[in-house]
Ligand binder design. Sequence first.
Ligand code: MC0
Length: 152
Amino acid sequence: MSDTPIPTGPFGGLTRLDHVGIACRDLDASVEFYRSTYGFEVEHEEVNEEQGVREAMLRINGTDDGGATYLQLLEPTREDSPVAKFLARNGEGVHHIAFGTGDVAASAAGIGERGVRVLDDEPRSGTAGSRIVFLHPKDCGGVLTELVQSAH
Ligand code: MC0
């Protein structure tokens, strides 16, 4: 166990739930479910080729650090992607959770020192210009966990 504190507060630590990522087979049908059932609207949509996903971000609420919390709907764009693999094994459902941080590299380093495998040596490109790293689900109680530093 490391003695190094995880950076806290709005400029270094984990400040909010950024999003819950949900694996789906048909993004448009899933978007329509969340729109017609709950009234959530798509704020942003993009394809992330590196991660092999087409995704939609549905804003749920704002937060007091200026960020927001989203549902992220994920449809795989290729069969060898993590989300395609997850769907084949588990079917549709919650794929990961993501915490927001003001400094993704510092947060990942602090958490890595605590024995959690950080899956990305360097932050990768996430939604809307964000920088992201993933933590191994086997070190996080079975939950694939992402850290996100938003572009804002
Ligand atoms: C796999 N496992 C999971 C899981 N995916 N457990 C919980 N939640 C998940 N989503 C479990 C499997 O059941 C298996 O357990 C073990 O982890 C190994 O899985 P595997 O698929 O056989 O092995 P790997 O190593 O090929 O892949 C697993 C790993 C990978 C988590 C390392 O999927 C990965 O690197 N994911 C991070 C990237 C990612 O998921 N990108 C898509 C979202 P057993 O017990 O059978 O051994 S992209 C995204 O979200 C971006 C766009 C964004 O937010 O901005």
